[in-house]
Design a protein around this ligand. Sequence first.
Ligand code: RIB
Ligand code: CA
Length: 314
Amino acid sequence: MTTGQSLIIDTDPGQDDAVAILLALASPEIHLLGITAVAGNVPLALTEVNVRKVCDLAGRTDIPVFAGLDRPLVRPLITAEHVHGKTGLDGPDLPDPQTPLQDQHAVDFMIETLRREPAGSVTIAPVGPLSNVAMAMQMAPDIIPRIKQIVLMGGAYFEVGNITPAAEFNIHVDPHAAAVVFASGVPITMMPLDVTHKALTSTDRVAALRNIGNRTGAAIADMLEFFERFDEAKYGSDGAPLHDPCTIAWLIDPKMFVGRHCNVEIETSSELTMGMTVIDWWRVTNRPENALVMGDLDADRFFALITERLARLP
Ligand code: RIB
Ligand code: CA
């Protein structure tokens, strides 16, 4: 008898994606139905391999892993090797994956799963571009009311953009997909840069992960020491924002986050602001509040959860 929230993680690993996947795998509050890979930080051919390497690291070669879209719905793919390295998972030297890649397409897996599982029981946690999720909604609109909620990492408002002056990477890569998801009516919890930039991987926090003493802690510490160099140089901070695990941490312990329901619209016309998330934080419009937007978190509690849970893995 499995317990925990039924979850599909949609991801483009990415060192921070890897921590999100491992946190989910280590947490009894989560029943991971499958992981779907999408093109983003690096091309799909690498993100699907990286998902499987992370499952191997957790000793979970049983997890169903699926490959999805290799490009955005409309725009050309933009990748982020400058942040994540050429493999997308630079840092540790992980062996070729043993976890198999399923033959089924990720979008078909999402549709089939949502049609099979009880309506309103499945959460989707997208932590990369929203291409797979939007495609599933467009191919099978009947699944939309069956999705319990979407808890996504993406967007920005007060923190402005990280890949352009106006837009955050996940939304900028596939703004048309994001527009579909935010207009879908599915309950959305959004982790924008405004909150993830308060979850910094300080030297002490990475040391605590390495000091767990297991292979997972060592590999994640190596990943984060690679991953953080870019943001430290860019922002002059000690450490880098640990974006994607915010979604999983919220599912486990929502009280560590603070936010408000807002209207969120996506820029899909102007090249200057393409992929900008226009968040009506001060409610100056009457536009519908389509997302719970997080603005703050208890970072010590966040890293304590991650450290405690990763210690449960090999
Ligand atoms: O902008 C941060 C997001 O883009 C994170 O999900 C990171 O993994 C990259 O995909
Ligand atoms: Ca990601």
